[in-house]
Design a protein around this ligand. Structure first.
Ligand code: SF4
Length: 184
């Protein structure tokens, strides 16, 4: 019998939630016996499969690329876990919301002029060129797709991640994580 398919992705996050996942240490061996990690920054597969059972989504939705990725992931995954505070509330990436969004004059004013001691000035070539474009605001994951389980924390502890993952793989409701309770 084939194992459940597990995936993880990160959007606008610091990767700390994934580092906390790795902190389950030797219990990773237990997880490898329970699930097939089919897509993740931790493995080499570059194509997100069509039929993922569980996906952990780290990070907020900050760019057009994040938005397209999380929508694609939602359509191809049965259970979507908002993984960590950036995914659940926007947390750190959401701090830029106070300074304006795409094309970002207020944001760039803050980053390149207001907070710069030496040689302040907005660069002639903005860093958005050849990069994904910012959405007007950074959004929590549940604002753009349905979320099945919320796993708050910055980062969530390794124990909570492990318990949540095992519960979902065994078809039980996760105890520590919060079941979906926010509307879109
Ligand atoms: Fe990093 Fe915390 Fe955001 Fe996780 S919730 S991606 S640890 S800032």
């Amino acid at each position: 019998m084939s194992l459940p398919k597990l995936a993880t992705i990160w959007l606008d996050g610091c990767s700390g939630c994934h580092m906390s996942l790795l902190d389950v240490d030797e219990r990773l061996l237990q997880l490898t016996a329970m699930a097939d990690l089919v897509y993740s920054p931790l493995v080499d597969n570059k194509v997100y499969p069509d039929d993922v059972d569980i996906v952990f989504v780290e990070g907020a939705v900050s760019t057009d690329e994040d938005l397209a990725r999380v929508k694609m992931v939602r359509t191809r995954s049965r259970i979507l876990v908002a993984f960590g505070d950036c995914a659940v509330t926007t947390n750190v990436p959401g701090m830029r919301n106070a300074f304006g969004g795409d094309a970002g004059q207020p944001l760039y004013q803050r980053a390149y002029v207001d907070n710069v001691t030496f040689v302040p000035g907005i660069p002639a070539v903005m860093p958005t060129e050849r990069l994904p474009h910012h959405l007007p605001k950074t959004l929590a994951v549940h604002k753009v797709v349905d979320v099945d389980v919320f796993l708050p924390g910055c980062p969530p502890s390794a124990d909570i991640i492990f318990d949540t993952l095992v519960a979902l793989l065994e078809g039980r409701p996760p105890v520590a994580a919060e079941q979906a309770r926010f509307g879109k």
